[in-house]
Design a protein around this ligand. Structure first.
Ligand code: ZN
Ligand code: ZN
Length: 355
């Protein structure tokens, strides 16, 4: 199990409640779990879960954590009892992950001299740099996603609805090995592509319309993320020039990525190109985000993020421009940060594609 640096945290133990973090540290994938890690090397980590997960928890943690099955009370009550018995005084918890209810349940059962210490992003920071095994899983997820895209492309015909096309994408993803989609697939036709996070509707694809697809697979727990734009028949010159500008911005941002560069500098590279085309005010989100066990992880490639990129980080690069009444273009790849640059993991072509 990965060690946390308790000295810096100034706590006796940490109670991990974010499920992706529980999974990252212990291997447990169930939907109900709390993980207790202590500063004392003699104390094995304890995974609190309920009896539905008796067999699964033992298998997944591979004996690295003691599984504590909780039968008829909240996990936090059982954890509080153990914390009291071990006489821990300073108990770290994840302030961005623990629910207020869990917090109250712990407080209610802990001795008065025990203190709950809020900590922020401890495990999330560790998760930014991926292990080789994690990178392999992301690679497989990315390939599945791209294969699903190629197969689902046939569904984008005149008259198909956004919902039907999205269903085809989701089906193909699972067919190629994903256990689920990493997020709700986005399919937006025509004007609706100007909504960066459009939900698929019963809207039908018409001639000379633009198609925006944002899709991601989740395979062996790891996410992939890709956005592509297609056209039914011939794109109008306005759309074609919008596409070229966004692609130029995306390539500039990819070019800016290397170990040692700050996240906001990559964002700046994309923004500068779009400003050159007078499109900066139409770029309404950040340039990208980390991904792994979750679809959105640290770092965030936005204007303010000063995180230094390190080799082994996996991030997306996805600038876009959205014009009400015309449509939106976003181009997104999943990439791996390396010492001298990056490796674009997404194999799907970024050529302007007409259907
Ligand atoms: Zn994304
Ligand atoms: Zn995306």
């Amino acid at each position: 199990m990965i060690d946390l640096n308790f000295k810096d945290l100034e706590v006796d133990c940490m109670l991990i409640s974010g499920l992706p973090n529980v999974r990252y540290l212990s291997g447990f994938t169930g939907s109900n779990g709390l993980l207790l890690l202590s500063d004392d090397t003699h104390d094995a980590p304890i995974l609190f879960t309920d009896s539905r997960y008796q067999i699964q928890a033992a298998q997944e943690t591979k004996g690295e954590a003691k599984v504590h099955l909780v039968r008829s009370c909240p996990l936090s009550h059982a954890a509080a009892k153990v914390l009291a018995k071990k006489r821990y005084r300073k108990i770290g918890f994840e302030k961005g992950r623990m629910t207020y209810q869990q917090y109250l349940e712990l407080k209610e059962k802990l001795p008065l001299n025990a203190e709950l210490v809020p900590t922020g992003g401890v495990v999330d920071k560790l998760r930014m740099v991926k292990t080789p095994a994690e990178i392999d899983r992301i690679r497989r997820s990315v390939l599945t996603n791209s294969k699903a895209f190629e197969s689902a492309k046939k569904a984008f015909k005149h008259g198909v609805t956004e919902n039907q096309a999205a269903a085809q994408i989701d089906f193909q993803m699972r067919r190629y090995g994903a256990e689920r989609t990493a997020f709700e697939t986005i399919v937006a036709f025509g004007n609706r592509s100007a909504l960066p996070h459009a939900r698929p509707t019963a809207n039908r694809l018409a001639k000379d319309e633009l198609v925006l697809i944002d899709m991601g697979a989740c395979q062996d727990g790891y996410a992939s993320d890709m956005t592509r734009v297609l056209f039914l028949e011939k794109p109008t010159p306005k759309i074609a020039s919008l596409y070229r500008a966004v692609l130029e911005a995306q390539l500039a941002a990819i070019d800016a990525v290397r170990e040692g560069v700050k996240a906001h500098q990559v964002d700046q590279a994309a923004r500068k190109v779009l400003a050159g085309h007078g499109l900066d005010k139409h770029f309404v989100h950040s340039t990208g985000h980390g991904l792994g066990l979750e679809i959105h992880e640290a770092p965030r490639l936005g204007k303010k993020d000063k995180t230094r990129l390190e080799r082994g980080m996996v991030i997306t690069i996805e600038p876009g421009a959205y014009i009400e009444g015309l449509g939106g273009v976003r181009i997104e790849d999943t990439i791996l940060v390396t010492k001298n640059g990056c490796e674009v993991l997404t194999p799907t072509s970024k050529e302007l594609t007409s259907l």
